[in-house]
Design a protein around this ligand. Structure first.
Ligand code: COA
Length: 333
């Protein structure tokens, strides 16, 4: 039976560090509020002269390929999770394919926000299990900073998000690496965390109107309280679903890597599962919420720090816009 395993993981974050104190100089907020409500101390914002979603993804990919001992030319398929692709269309997958110089391999974009990386991982896993591809590049990358409303009006979201990219090389294996993935959505809450424009839901005259840029439709709207309440429930459900599907107990999790939405959400899940600090990886303090980038960036850093070792069981879990939520249980091979 065919399985997939993560052969290498990498990440790239922009150089520019944006501290809470800096944000406090441009909007009405402060380090204490941000730290207490979110755990975030700083995040990275791109340099528009230098960074793009695709080129950050390329840097993360090269690191992942190097660590996997796989040449870029061996990659047969790209699955690229982002909600902030470089262009409205085409997606960033083809731009990465071009950056890596990979002629004519397919590239698919996944637009499931904070759950995007797990959706992409699951998609890649299915293609490998059917035998269609043997080596797939799975990406989560995001540039949120240039869409943020960096005024006091936007402070509820402006302090939360950051930029960055992560990549994993998934390859065919006779031993199970990706043990299971579980994906969910509930579109009843689509408008509780969303960016409306440039959507096709507007009538023709509005889509053509120059003034559309003056609307807040291009900015992130988030009903933070509601998102929080759903997140804590769905995270627990989908982690338990992963454990049940594998006949595993929470004690068997060696490292939980939750999507880095908010440190309070991570702490809540940790307490509910009764996991010690060393079994939960968080880096939101340094990067904020990088949406689809958050899980692969965290996984790559945890690996670098020696917190992911051969044969360990790693649990990934995410919740975000859609609402969507997802989990993956992985044996590190
Ligand atoms: N700085 C200072 N004050 C701020 C602020 C900021 N950046 N943002 C909001 N406030 C103020 C509000 O105006 C409000 O003031 P008021 O009481 O005078 O009206 C007060 O702080 C509380 O706002 P509220 O939105 O209720 O705070 P909260 O405790 O819910 O925290 C979030 C806000 C966004 C941190 C929290 O809801 C959250 O983390 N939600 C989940 C978000 C998430 O995970 N999103 C990503 C999902 S993938």
């Amino acid at each position: 039976m065919l399985h997939s395993r993560i052969a290498g993981i990498g990440h790239h974050v922009p150089e520019r560090i944006i501290t809470n104190d800096y944000l406090s100089t441009i909007i009405d907020t402060n380090d204490d509020w941000i730290t207490e409500r979110t755990g975030i101390k700083e995040r990275r914002f791109i340099d528009p002269e230098k960074d793009t979603v695709a080129n950050m993804a390329a840097k993360a990919s090269r690191m992942a390929l190097d660590r996997a001992g796989v040449k870029a030319e061996e990659i047969e398929f790209i699955v690229f999770a982002t909600i902030t692709s470089d262009y409205y269309f085409p997606g960033s997958g083809v731009l990465l394919q071009r950056e890596l110089g990979l002629e004519s391999i397919p590239a698919m974009d996944i637009k499931n926000a904070c759950s995007g990386f797990i959706y992409a991982l699951s998609t890649a896993d299915q293609f490998i299990r059917t035998g269609m591809y043997k080596k797939v590049l799975v990406i989560g990358a995001e540039i949120q900073s240039t869409a943020l409303d960096l005024t006091t009006r936007g402070r509820g979201t402006a302090v939360i998000f950051g930029d960055g990219a992560g990549a994993a090389v998934l390859e065919a294996s006779d031993q199970p690496g990706v043990l299971s993935t579980h994906l969910h959505s509930d579109g009843r809450f689509a408008e509780e965390l969303y960016v409306k424009d440039p959507g096709s839901s507007r009538p023709h005259e509005e889509r053509q109107a120059e003034q559309i840029l003056d609307t807040s439709g291009f900015k992130v709207y988030m009903n933070g309280n509601l998102v929080f309440k759903h997140a804590v429930v769905r995270f627990m459900e989908v982690i338990n679903e992963a454990l049940d599907a594998n006949g595993a107990t929470k004690e068997e999790i060696d490292l939980l890597i939750p999507h880095q939405a908010n440190l309070r959400i991570s702490n809540y899940i940790q307490a509910k599962l009764g996991l010690p600090d060393e079994k939960v990886y968080n880096n939101i303090m340094r990067y904020g919420n990088t949406t689809a980038g958050s899980i692969p960036i965290a996984m790559s850093e945890a690996w670098e720090e020696g917190k992911i070792k051969e044969n360990q069981v790693i649990c990934l879990a995410a919740f975000g816009s859609g609402f969507t939520w997802a989990s993956a249980l992985i044996r590190w091979k």
